[in-house]
Ligand binder design. Sequence first.
Ligand code: PEP
Length: 256
Amino acid sequence: MRRPLIMGNWKLNGNKAVVTSLLKDLDAQLVGIEGVDVAVAPPVMYLDIAEKQINELQSKIILGAQNVDINLSGAFTGDISPEMLKDFGATHIIIGHSERREYHQESDDSVAKKLAVLKEQGLTPVICIGESEAQNEAGETLTVCARQLDAIINAQGVEAFDGVIIAYEPIWAIGTGKAATPDDAQRIHAGIRSHIAQKSDTIAKKIIIQYGGSVKPENAATYFMQPDIDGALVGGASLNATDFASIVQAAAKMKN
Ligand code: PEP
């Protein structure tokens, strides 16, 4: 039985007051919802405030981050190390988000290195994979996802995926309101799982695969109904405590 994870990616949004109030509101709205892990990834500037707020509320919300560098320390101006994230209580670290791949030229290989470093440091990578609209239209979705996974499998072995979370995020569905249909998402999730199963059935069976791309309270349950969709990575809707909590509630209902 895979425990669902709903993670909010706050991207480049918020300020001190928003981070504090959003966590407070969210924590209050999560009361009574069981059987789902909930994580948020605020901008790294606000991890300190977020950690303090989570501790003060004695909240079960898991703290995450949106990116990490592969180096632990040294002359790497502007970067944030896994140890620094750990220092602020962040455990679930998003890597390979399509916005980082596009705007910061992150390659499959650099994402693979980030995954290895996070695991060495005892952190949980949340690795985003997914295809562009053109690749989708050309029927290349599974090929693209397999290539992104193979960058890790070929370098580190399938064991590298033990304890990792995969977020399947079709790029054309991110922030567009144009979500994948639940049937299509299920088909791709099953394909991702079976790609991993070719190397390890045990890891494939236990790996959490989230769907991401315009998940909203209105469509969340239709994804969580699918057997291979184990949660969601949520952008826009995670900035509203009521919307995000209702996505968590949908997962609790459909998965338990
Ligand atoms: C994301 O950025 O990971 C995401 C899924 O965004 P949205 O929910 O806004 O589509």
